[in-house]
Design a protein around this ligand. Structure first.
Ligand SMILES: [Zn+2]
Length: 274
């Protein structure tokens, strides 16, 4: 079974130095491709280094809303240069977050839209993070025509009734193992309302572990002992999504792989520019 992870941070210091130990387990679980998302200019070189070493992974460069206040003056040129240098690169993780302390939604929105413009200039897909800011996200995207390269709303936890609106705009949605938490049942059920051709699976590894009773891979941070989400938990997401959709896991693996390839690896792209 071939599984494609729509959203990861494999380059984070908690995972990357231990990759030789982690990868055989993830490979065994079926992981065969992934998008590795940067979160700020400072970690973009780590993303680039990771995908250079592991060509089955694709880079995404973006400034996460948590990092918005710390962006430097040259980020826009840096982002544009990185997209120009690698035709496999997308834009992410970008978005809006009204949960994080000290957030400034107006500034986050400005940054979101400027990053989206760079993505549009290069015709690349976008990965969006949204926490407690669904109405502001809709406002930000309202004037935009449907975005043809497509965009991923990772770990979608917005209002179920807005799914058709986001689909119309070009949205895909990814299902994380974190949604196995019992209180996340409404978020799981929302995936039944989505067009099957817009659904992907993700881990967000090393962030957002599944609950312990659904976590077969106990991985902890060497530095501080906190639990980490193992990349092999993509298989946990697959089985939970298959159960939610009442479909065979093999069918859902094929479906989500096709969707991943359509969004992140459209045919006819130039793979040789890196
Ligand atoms: Zn993330």
């Amino acid at each position: 079974m071939k599984l494609c992870d729509a959203h990861t941070h494999y380059h984070f210091p908690a995972l990357a130095p231990r990759w030789a130990e982690i990868w055989p387990v993830a490979r065994q679980a079926g992981v065969s491709a992934a998008v590795v998302n940067g979160t700020c200019e400072a970690d973009w070189p780590d993303v680039a280094a990771f995908v250079r070493q592991h060509p089955w992974a694709r880079p995404a460069y973006g400034i996460h809303p948590w990092q918005a206040p710390r962006r430097g003056a040259g980020w826009e040129q840096d982002l544009s240069d990185r997209l120009a240098a690698d035709s496999r690169a997308s834009v992410g993780e970008i978005g809006l977050d009204a949960w994080v302390e000290g957030h400034d939604l107006a500034d986050q929105t400005t940054l979101l839209l400027r990053q989206w413009e760079v993505a549009r200039d290069h015709q690349r897909p976008v990965t969006v993070h949204c926490v407690r800011a669904w109405e502001p996200l809709r406002q930000a995207l309202r004037r935009m025509p449907p975005y043809l390269p497509g965009f991923l709303i990772h770990a979608y936890n917005g209002p179920p009734e807005w799914i058709p609106w986001f689909v119309e705009k070009g949205a895909y949605f990814s299902f994380p193992p974190y949604f196995l938490l019992e209180r996340k049942r409404p978020q799981r059920d929302a995936f039944r309302l989505m067009p099957p051709e817009r659904i992907l699976i993700e881990t967000d590894a090393p962030e957002l572990s599944p609950p312990p009773e659904h976590n077969p891979h106990h991985l902890t941070d060497i530095q501080d002992g906190r639990p980490l989400n193992h990349p092999a938990n993509l298989l946990v997401a697959l089985h939970s999504l298959a159960g939610t959709l009442d479909r065979e896991a093999g069918d859902v693996a094929t479906l989500t792989t096709q969707n991943w390839e359509r969004l992140f690896a459209p045919s006819g792209e130039d793979n040789g520019s890196r």
